[in-house]
Design a protein around this ligand. Structure first.
Ligand SMILES: [Zn+2]
Length: 363
């Protein structure tokens, strides 16, 4: 297959063509210079790494009715918030089935990876591992230790089962516990992440002290706080639709201006479908609505490039022959690719080179 139009990847945005053979990039070049191969399928569109979801809680995908309109604390506070009652009341088998369904939706939307905060300790991690086992979506599972005071055995076993730890917030932990958890993650070579400054501002010293790999939200962070986050070389995941339910928004324009590595997340599966396409459009539109517009190029990078860097797989976001990239093609006009991807793309426009789906057949 030959795609002519635009390329969006780690190197930036440019016009060009990409030739695929069996789903793999075999040739990249300038528009108008591709050789003609008789019988080869030709598509006009944008070639881009598959998007990745920077923050999910797939465990609460079992919710089927409108959640109560309440504060974020009453919604997601352990142990009695709406979310934790939902988790408690859902049998494990159903949780696995619903997480698998959410992952399958991501697959259909071309989303190739997700970074998930999984509650419920070691059993919670194991349920998501089971749900993700046979699917093509790469799931990075950040588990949560349950026992307080901390139990070293639990943390060791959790870190063996998971890809790291994702905490509810620094202010929910004793600072000494936070340090121990962060040190255990580092010693195990795993990730350490936490929510920060979501419903109210927290001092950066409290959430940066463990040198986290990832901070989620920062809706209430000041510019000075964001500068500290940038200087700590920490990646941020923002969840604009989730924040909007509680009357807040992530500081997208500030993150862009300061050059903070940013990913997009869809947050709780009980609140939102894990669709990065919906997130992208909402990020763009809501930033305009708030009078703080953010560039489409920044959002495109947050969806298609930064997650692969964070996951340690930058080659996945590099569209060139001989890389491990498995790009998708979005059939949109290529003149202004980031704008088109951010405001217009849906899964219906995706062509996947080398798969039956690329010919419009169900997989
Ligand atoms: Zn979250």
């Amino acid at each position: 297959m030959l795609v002519e139009g635009a390329i969006v990847d780690l190197e930036g945005i440019r016009p060009g063509y990409v030739r695929f053979a069996a789903g793999v990039v075999v040739e990249v070049g300038q528009i108008g210079t591709a050789s003609r191969n008789p019988g080869e399928r030709r598509v006009r569109g944008i070639v881009v790494p598959p998007p990745a979801n920077g923050h999910t809680h797939l465990g609460d995908a079992a919710a089927t009715v409108e959640p109560p309109a309440t504060t974020v604390a009453e919604m997601v506070r352990p142990p009695d918030g709406f979310k934790f009652r939902l988790l408690r009341d859902t049998p494990p088998r159903r949780k696995v089935a619903e997480m698998r369904r959410a992952l399958d939706r991501m697959r259909r939307e071309g989303i190739a990876a997700t970074i998930d905060f999984r509650e419920e300790g070691i059993p919670g991690v194991e349920l998501l591992r089971r749900a993700a086992a046979r699917g093509p979506v790469q799931v990075t599972i950040l588990g949560r230790p349950l026992r307080r005071p901390l139990d070293d055995t639990e943390i060791d076993e959790l870190l063996q089962a998971s890809d790291g730890i994702g905490l509810s917030a620094a202010r929910d932990e004793d600072p000494a516990d936070l340090d121990r958890i962060a040190a255990a993650c580092r010693a195990a070579g795993k990730r350490f992440a936490l929510h920060a400054s979501e419903a109210e501002r927290e001092p950066p010293e409290t959430y940066l002290r463990g040198r986290p790999d990832l901070l989620v939200h920062l809706t209430c962070a000041s510019t000075a706080d964001l500068e500290q986050v940038r200087d700590a070389h920490t990646t941020v995941a923002v969840c604009a639709r989730s924040n909007a339910l509680f009357g807040r928004r992530p500081p997208l324009a500030e993150l862009a201006r300061l050059g903070v590595p940013t990913m997009l997340g869809t947050d709780n599966a009980m609140l939102h479908a894990p669709s990065i396409w919906r997130e992208l459009e909402f990020d763009y539109v809501s930033s305009r609505l708030a009078g703080a517009p953010v560039a489409a190029e920044f959002l495109a990078r947050a969806a298609f490039v930064e997650p692969w860097k964070w996951l340690g797989r930058p080659a996945f976001a590099t569209i060139a022959p001989g890389t491990e990239a498995r790009p998708i093609v979005v059939r949109l006009p290529p003149a202004d690719p980031a704008y088109q991807l951010v405001t217009r793309a849906t899964e219906h426009l995706i062509v996947r080179p080398g798969t039956r789906e690329s010919r419009g057949e169900p997989s």
